[in-house]
Design a protein around this ligand. Structure first.
Ligand code: GCU
Length: 599
C-alpha cells in the first residue's frame, strides 16, 4: 500500500521505527528561552486552526509537517492527512470540550495555520504559547523548531530563521498522554485536558532585546529599598523608571544580567491596599514594563508576616476547571472566582495543582488577594528519573519567571501529597533549592501528609520548607476528628502550618440522601467540626479547604459524583452554594479584620 508513495522510504521506515519521537523530544523551548512579554505589542494567533487528533503519531512517523500545501487533485502520492485542509478548532481550547468523540481522547493533536508576514531585517520573531497540555513540538514551514514539556507554563520559540516573506505555515504537535516520566505522572484527581488552551501570539523584537524584569522590595527591615533585576540579550545597559516614585536609574548588564538597588518609599501592597506601580525598562528601541506591588512576606517563628505584621490566611483552594470551557480560563471566570472568594471572606487562595493562567495572579494583584502557586509534582512521580526532575525544575522556573512580579503570590509550592521516601526527599529538596535560587523573596511550601498512625507531622521535607502545608481530611477520609486535636498537641511549632486541604463531598443535585456521606448536611458538619478544632490550634496560620467548585475528574464514578469531585462549596455550575459555603463564610467573616483569630 505504501510502495508507490514518494513517502515510501520514510513511510516504510516509519512503520518500523519506534524511536520516531526521539528527534523531536528536544525540550529546548524552556525557561531559558522564555521572554518577558508584558508591555510588548503582539500579533495574536488565537482563532481557528486546522486540527486533527492522531492517536498513533502517524504525523511524526510519516512527517506530515514536511508536506507542502497542495490541492487534492494536484497531489501525486497518497496521503493520510492534509494539514492544510479539513476540520478546524478554536485556539485556545481543550479538544475534549469540542466534540463528544474527543472527550476521553489522550494522544497527539495537530494544529496548523497560515501566517502572512513581511519579516524585517534585524528583527526577531518570537512565538509565545500561554500553555499546551502536555508536550508541544513546533514546526514552521516544514522545519522542526523545538519542543516544550509541561502542561501549564508558557514557552517561547524564536522563529526568525524559519519565517519567510509572504505565506508561512505554523504547525504545533501537542500530546497529552499520561506517562510514567511526566509531571504529573499518570494518576491525578483532575481531568486530563489536552490542547493549546491559553493564548498564543507572535512578538516582533529587535535583534538585541530585553528578556526579563524582576522588581521587588529588599527584605532589610527598612521597606525603603527596591531591587530591580533585569536580563537582556546583546544589550550593555538599560534605564529603569518608576515614575510615580520619581525613580530613574541605569542598569549595566554583565553576561546578560544586571541589577540595581534603589532608595524609595513605596506605599506597601497588601490585600487591604493593593497598590501597584508601573515599572518600565528601556534600552534603545526596546521596552518592557510591569505593574508591581511592593511588599515583604516572611516568617518569624510560627507566624507568617506580611510587611512585618502577622497574618492568618483565610483561604480556599481552586482548580482551573469549567463545565463548559474545560481548563480554558476567561476573564469572566476569574472575576467570578475572586468574587466568590471575597464572599467567603477570603484573603488567600491556593491555585491547585499546577500554574494557573497568568491573569489569575495579575487580577489578585489588583484586587488584593494572596496566592499559593504550585507545580504538579503530585502523588506518585518518577522521583528516580533525571529527565523527570529536569521537567519539574523547568516548570518551576518557568512559573517563577512568569509570576515573580506578582505581589499576590506569597508561596511557591513544590508538590502535593507525595509519600515520604528518600528518592522523593532528594527530588523535592532539589526543587526547594531551585525555588530559593530563582526567587529569594517568597516563602517555599508543599502540601504534606500527616503520619496518621502516630498522629504527628513528621514529613522530612518539612525541614526544608518555610511554611508546612498539611492536607488532612478528618471527618471524611479519616473518621476521628479528635485525632486532629491530638496532632495539634503533638506538634512542637517551629514554623507556620497552613491546612492546605480539608473538606468533604456533597451532592446537591437532589440525588443524594438527606444525611450521611455525600449529603449536604454531612459536608457542613465536617466544616463545622474542622473549624471548631483548627481555630484552637495556635500554630495553624491559615487554611485553604478543598475546594471552591465541584470539578471534573475521571476517577470519581459513584452515583452522586458521575465524573465529578463534589467537595466544592459551590456546584460545578459555579452558582449553587452548598450549606458548607456559609459555614466557612461565617468563620472567615467573623475573623475578618483581626490579624489573628485568637487575638
Ligand atoms: C487530595 C488531593 C486532591 C484531591 C483530594 C480529594 O488531597 O490533593 O487533589 O482532589 O484529596 O480526595 O478530593
Amino acid at each position: 500500500m505504501l510502495e508507490r508513495s514518494t513517502l515510501a522510504g520514510n513511510a516504510l521506515r516509519a512503520l518500523h521505527d519506534e524511536d520516531y519521537e526521539c528527534p523531536f523530544d528536544m525540550r529546548d523551548l524552556n525557561a531559558s528561552t522564555l521572554i518577558h512579554t508584558r508591555g510588548r505589542q503582539s500579533l495574536p494567533l488565537d482563532g481557528e486552526w486546522n486540527f486533527c487528533v492522531d492517536l498513533l503519531d502517524t504525523g511524526l512517523r510519516q512527517r506530515w509537517f514536511e508536506m507542502k500545501p497542495s490541492a487534492p487533485e494536484e497531489r501525486d502520492t497518497p496521503w493520510d492527512y492534509d494539514p492544510y485542509d479539513g476540520e478546524t478548532v478554536p485556539v485556545p481550547s481543550n479538544w475534549q470540550m469540542l466534540r463528544e468523540k474527543w472527550y476521553f481522547f489522550e494522544g497527539t493533536g495537530w494544529y496548523t495555520r497560515p501566517l502572512e508576514l513581511k519579516p524585517r531585517k534585524g528583527r526577531r520573531y518570537v512565538l509565545r504559547v500561554g500553555a499546551a497540555q502536555y508536550d508541544c513540538k513546533v514546526f514552521v514551514n516544514g522545519t522542526f523548531v523545538g519542543s516544550h514539556v509541561g502542561g501549564s507554563t508558557p514557552f517561547c520559540a524564536d522563529l526568525t530563521d524559519d519565517l519567510r516573506a509572504g505565506e508561512n505555515w505554523l504547525m504545533l504537535c501537542v500530546n497529552n498522554s499520561r506517562t510514567r516520566d511526566r509531571v504529573p505522572m499518570r494518576n491525578t484527581d483532575w481531568f486530563n485536558y489536552g490542547g493549546i488552551y491559553r493564548e498564543m501570539a507572535l512578538y516582533d523584537l529587535p535583534r538585541d532585546f530585553l528578556r526579563g524584569l524582576f522588581a521587588h522590595l529588599v527584605d532589610d527591615g527598612s521597606f525603603r529599598h527596591i531591587r530591580v533585576v533585569a536580563e537582556a540579550d546583546g544589550i550593555k545597559s538599560a534605564t529603569v523608571e518608576i515614575s510615580e516614585l520619581r525613580i530613574t536609574s541605569r542598569i549595566e548588564f554583565h553576561e546578560g544580567r544586571g541589577e540595581v538597588v534603589l532608595d524609595a518609599s513605596p506605599v506597601l501592597w497588601s490585600p487591604d491596599n493593593p497598590k501597584l506601580y508601573e515599572v518600565v525598562l528601556r534600552s534603545g528601541e526596546d521596552e518592557i514594563r510591569d505593574r508591581v506591588g511592593f511588599r515583604i512576606i516572611s516568617v518569624r517563628g510560627e507566624n507568617i508576616l506580611l510587611n512585618g505584621d502577622p497574618i492568618w490566611l483565610r483561604g480556599i483552594s481552586v482548580h482551573e476547571d469549567d463545565k463548559i470551557l474545560g481548563k480554558v480560563t476567561s476573564e469572566t471566570d476569574l472575576h467570578r472566582r475572586f468574587a466568590h472568594a471575597r464572599e467567603l471572606g477570603c484573603n488567600f487562595m491556593r491555585l491547585a495543582h499546577y500554574p494557573h493562567h497568568e491573569r489569575a495572579a495579575e487580577l489578585a494583584d489588583e484586587l488584593g488577594l494572596l496566592l499559593w502557586e504550585e507545580i504538579p509534582v503530585y502523588w506518585a512521580v518518577d522521583f528516580t528519573n533525571p529527565r523527570t526532575l529536569e521537567d519539574a525544575h523547568n516548570q518551576l522556573i518557568e512559573l517563577i519567571r512568569r509570576d515573580r512580579n506578582r505581589a499576590s503570590v506569597i508561596l511557591w509550592s513544590v508538590g502535593n501529597e507525595n509519600a515520604d521516601t528518600n528518592e522523593r526527599l532528594d527530588f523535592m529538596t532539589a526543587l526547594v533549592e531551585t525555588a530559593r535560587r530563582e526567587d529569594g523573596t517568597r516563602l517555599i511550601t508543599a502540601a504534606c501528609l500527616i503520619n496518621h498512625d502516630e498522629k504527628r507531622i513528621d514529613d522530612r521535607l518539612a525541614n526544608s520548607l518555610d511554611v508546612i502545608g498539611i492536607n488532612e481530611y478528618y471527618g471524611w477520609y479519616e473518621k476521628n476528628i479528635a485525632d486532629l486535636a491530638a496532632i495539634g498537641r503533638n506538634y512542637v511549632p517551629d514554623k507556620p502550618i497552613v491546612i492546605s486541604e480539608t473538606g468533604a463531598d456533597a451532592d446537591i443535585s437532589g440525588r443524594s440522601p438527606e444525611q450521611g456521606l455525600f449529603s449536604e448536611a454531612y459536608q457542613a458538619e465536617v466544616y463545622r467540626r474542622q473549624i471548631e478544632v483548627l481555630q484552637n490550634i495556635p500554630w495553624v496560620k491559615g487554611m485553604s479547604p478543598w475546594i471552591l467548585y465541584d470539578f471534573r475528574t475521571e476517577r470519581r464514578k459513584n452515583i452522586f459524583q458521575r465524573g465529578y469531585n463534589l467537595k466544592g462549596l459551590i456546584a460545578a455550575d459555579k452558582k449553587m452554594r452548598k450549606k458548607a459555603f456559609f459555614t466557612l463564610a461565617e468563620f472567615y467573616n467573623t475573623m475578618n479584620g483581626k490579624k489573628d483569630p485568637r487575638r
